[in-house]
Design a protein around this ligand. Structure first.
Ligand code: C2E
Ligand code: CA
Ligand code: CA
Ligand code: CA
Length: 274
């Protein structure tokens, strides 16, 4: 029994060790990619519920490196956060997304912001510098924030959000409906939009009360005058429900997957380009 116990501990230890080595290797590759401005940005259309025309895009970071291949953001974003690389990554995505937007007609662009970035006092200044350099109307940019930082660092988050709103930038609460974000928080932080998490939409297919939950979530935000985007819309049935319950904007594979800047241009904006 003693031997077995020790064996288990050794196995557990080495699995942890292996994991740490993998993370360190990924961190090194990620650092290299960032230094060469090699993070790519894909764009997913946001469509107006009323007429299904495109009103904006969400910018989503993409990373592939030759030894590792394509690494999903759910994997590399947490690594960047732990390694102190997320500020650099986030600004690189923002810069590229703003640059792309300058070449497009009057659509908005949504960019994800890590909670770690919001804790940096200089963040709003960096955003301002990027907007000024591109000469773009700040109102075209919306920054998407998840609720974690509102709970863990409310004062810091309020300061950052107030500064961003002062620039004329929009602020959205991302992944709404999955955690503890309350009515009080929607008010206090004065969000311009909420993005209803895709799990609430996916639940329509499997859970009995899902329709009522989605309806109430949308109604709550709308009652506070906040624009509602529903994400993860994959089927006509889901789109029908979201639209019936009054969401303003929809996003999901039903309309389009995220795509490269070139593809975005070709599929949506060629007619506009003169
Ligand atoms: P998110 O901000 O909630 O982004 C939406 C995710 O849902 C994206 O995954 C998108 O590709 C995916 N999606 C869109 N439509 C559908 C659909 O109809 N069905 C399903 N099942 N999924 C759909 P992606 O691109 O893999 O990104 C995952 C997460 O990584 C993002 O979730 C966001 O939290 C994070 N992320 C991505 N880019 C950045 C970035 O530049 N900065 C930061 N801080 N986080 C980012
Ligand atoms: Ca998002
Ligand atoms: Ca989301
Ligand atoms: Ca998310």
């Amino acid at each position: 029994a003693k031997n077995l116990g020790r064996g288990r501990i050794v196995t557990f230890d080495s699995a942890l060790e292996q994991r740490r080595r993998d993370d360190m290797m990924m961190e090194q590759y990620l650092r290299k990619t960032l230094e060469t401005e090699g993070i790519e940005v894909f764009y997913q259309p946001l469509v107006r519920t009323i007429d299904q025309t495109i009103c904006g895009v969400e910018a989503l970071a993409r990373w592939s490196s030759s030894p590792l291949g394509r690494v999903p953001p759910d994997v590399f974003i947490p690594i960047a956060e732990k390694a102190g690389l997320i500020d650099m990554l986030g600004l690189q995505v923002l810069r590229k997304a703003i640059q792309a937007t300058t070449a497009w007609p009057d659509v908005g662009v949504c960019v994800n912001v890590s909670p770690v970035q919001l804790q940096d006092n200089g963040f709003a200044h960096e955003v301002e510098a990027i907007l000024t350099e591109a000469g773009i109307d700040p109102g075209r940019l919306t920054l998407e924030i998840t609720e974690g930082v509102l709970i863990s660092h409310p004062e810091q988050a309020l300061k950052a959000i107030t500064a961003l709103k002062g620039l004329g930038v929009g602020v959205a609460l991302d992944d709404f409906g999955t955690g503890f974000a309350s009515i009080g928080m929607l008010r206090r932080f004065a969000f311009d939009r909420v993005k209803v998490d895709k799990s609430l939409v996916a639940a329509l297919d499997t859970e009995q009360d899902a329709a009522a939950v989605l309806q109430a979530t949308i109604a709550l935000a709308r009652a506070m005058g906040i624009s509602v985007t529903v994400e993860g819309v994959e089927t006509e049935l889901q789109a029908g429900a979201a639209s019936l319950y009054g969401c303003d904007v929809m996003q999901g594979y039903l309309y389009s997957k995220p795509m490269s800047e070139a593809e975005m241009m070709e599929r949506y904006f060629t007619k506009w380009k003169s």
